[in-house]
Write a protein that binds this ligand. Structure first.
Ligand code: GLC
Length: 478
């Protein structure tokens, strides 16, 4: 049986700030269902609910060397849906009011990486593959080569590094090299950890892992270009033959309009008319004008520049003047939150800004909206558009990354397509595409046929989990 360890800084249901957590939670489950001995390790954050904490069992503690420090590291364990989760406990690093955004991120995640490797032999689990996710885990392959290879336990361990978002790399001053990582200046060269005079965690992961993946085929190509490469395109190009784009999936049990317990009215492709009941309920709940004939365009997203919020805000009046209702759900940069809040004040019956994190409302929006907007300037994969497709809520996306791989713009001549898309990062192109979608909205026969195309797509984990298994097998053959 293949033994795989996921290392991640977040994972559903314990902690989530973005799609990474969803992927770690749902992919581990999918791999377990396919017979992989999959385990997950993450920090024991103070924000994890007491209910989940009460399910954890304390295993033991060890001490971890970090520069001149010798830090406590507790090891906890918990089993959920068959998958075993391990937790690294250190209250100084992880018992804080949020999970990211502190002055000592380098120290916190260097500790985490070191602690994972040092804890592993005490868990009784011997992974064939350590699968690292994003920059917070980038030092694991580095430490493995630097300190662990000579020990029997680690001799045959292979590493896979998945890039969920190349924008966030973990870049820190050179001083951390000796001060925190106990690495000599030999590691401070452009073909190792050096990056513009700093130390780059993600670069370490890219260089020292046996194989690399990212979360969609298009993004795997894009990041090898200067425009999307975030100054790591050269390094990625050099590892091109080891880099694979595997599309994320979504949890098909959690997101199923036929059985979803969080939505008002369940529906299926055969009874798409029932979707309207969800729409009426949503309009009521959000204080919008109530009518089945007013199209709702929704966005559920972290409010960051990546997601194309700038072009939405700059085009807000034009969007509203299309005669639709705009529903926003998410949190993020203050400036964006404020812009959406004032849009709601300006158009109280047409704009609903919900600056929060609310799982139930999210499901009700997926079920009740007609269109789902994702005009991202880049998008490694994107999960929202896949959930929207499953709920027959047609995505309007910019053609980039995973959005390009999942949304096919409707073609009125062939009648193919499951949504609408535009090429350039430009507010006018976006508004044009919204107007184009609304033209079809008024022709119910055509509209329902596009909804059917959307709901017939399959973005469950089934196919993608098999692709990961193939890569794990390839790694073992190394
Ligand atoms: C990041 C990316 C997003 C991707 C997610 C999961 O949040 O921005 O596109 O879907 O990771 O891989």
């Amino acid at each position: 049986m293949l033994r795989v360890l996921f290392v991640s800084s977040e994972g559903v249901p314990f902690v989530k700030t973005g799609g990474l957590a969803d992927v770690v939670g749902s992919l581990s489950k999918a791999l377990f269902d396919k017979g992989i001995d999959i385990r997950v390790i993450m920090p024991l954050y103070g924000t994890i609910s007491l209910e989940l904490k009460s399910k954890m069992i304390y295993k033991r503690n060890i001490y971890v060397r970090l520069g001149w420090r010798n830090q406590y590291c507790g090891i906890f364990e918990c089993k959920l849906d068959g998958v075993i989760f391990y937790f690294i406990d250190n209250e100084y690093y992880f018992k804080r009011e949020k999970i990211y955004g502190f002055f000592d991120e380098a120290e916190r995640y260097a500790f985490f990486c070191k602690a994972v490797l040092e804890s592993l032999p005490y868990t009784g689990f011997e992974p064939d593959v350590i699968h690292c996710h994003d920059w917070q885990t980038g030092l694991i392959p580095v430490f493995l080569e630097a300190y662990c290879r000579c020990r029997e336990y680690y001799k045959n361990v292979r590493t896979l590094f998945t890039i969920h978002n190349l924008k966030y790399q973990g870049i820190f001053p050179k001083t951390i090299l000796n001060e925190l990582l106990n690495l000599s200046d030999d590691y401070f060269t452009p073909d190792k950890l050096e990056f513009n005079g700093c130390v780059n965690f993600m670069k370490g992961g890219i260089i020292y892992s046996n194989l690399l993946t990212t979360v969609s085929p298009t993004y795997s190509k894009e990041i090898q270009t200067e425009y999307y490469g975030e100054k790591l395109d050269g390094v990625l190009k050099a590892r091109s033959s080891d880099l694979f784009g595997i599309l994320n999936g979504i949890d098909y049990d959690e997101y199923d309009p036929e059985t979803d317990k969080l939505i008002f009215q369940n529906y299926s492709i055969g009874h798409i008319e029932k979707k309207t009941e969800n729409k009426i309920k949503l309009q009521n709940e959000l204080g919008l004008d109530v009518s089945p004939n007013i199209p709702i365009i929704a966005m559920i997203s972290r409010l960051t520049p990546q997601k194309g919020i700038d072009i939405i805000i700059s085009m807000l009046d034009e969007i509203v003047s299309c005669g639709l209702e705009l529903v926003i759900l998410g949190t993020g940069e203050r400036e964006y939150e404020e812009s959406f809040t004032s849009a709601k004040d300006k158009y109280p019956s047409r704009v609903s800004s919900n600056i929060k994190f609310d799982e139930t409302l999210a499901h009700n929006i997926y079920a009740g909206a007609d269109l789902f907007l994702m005009p991202s300037c880049f998008e490694p994969c994107g999960l929202g558009q896949m959930i929207a497709l499953r709920y027959g809520t047609l995505p309007i996306v910019r053609e980039t990354g995973g959005l390009k791989d999942t949304v096919i713009s409707y073609n009125e001549f062939t009648m193919q397509g499951n949504g609408f898309s535009f090429t350039n990062y430009n507010g006018h192109d976006m508004v044009y595409t919204i107007k184009r979608a609304l033209n079809f909205y008024n022709d119910k026969k055509v509209w329902n046929s596009i909804i059917a195309n959307a709901m017939l797509c399959n973005f469950s984990w089934n196919a993608s989990a098999d692709k990961y298994i193939k890569l794990y097998e390839k790694l073992i053959g190394f």
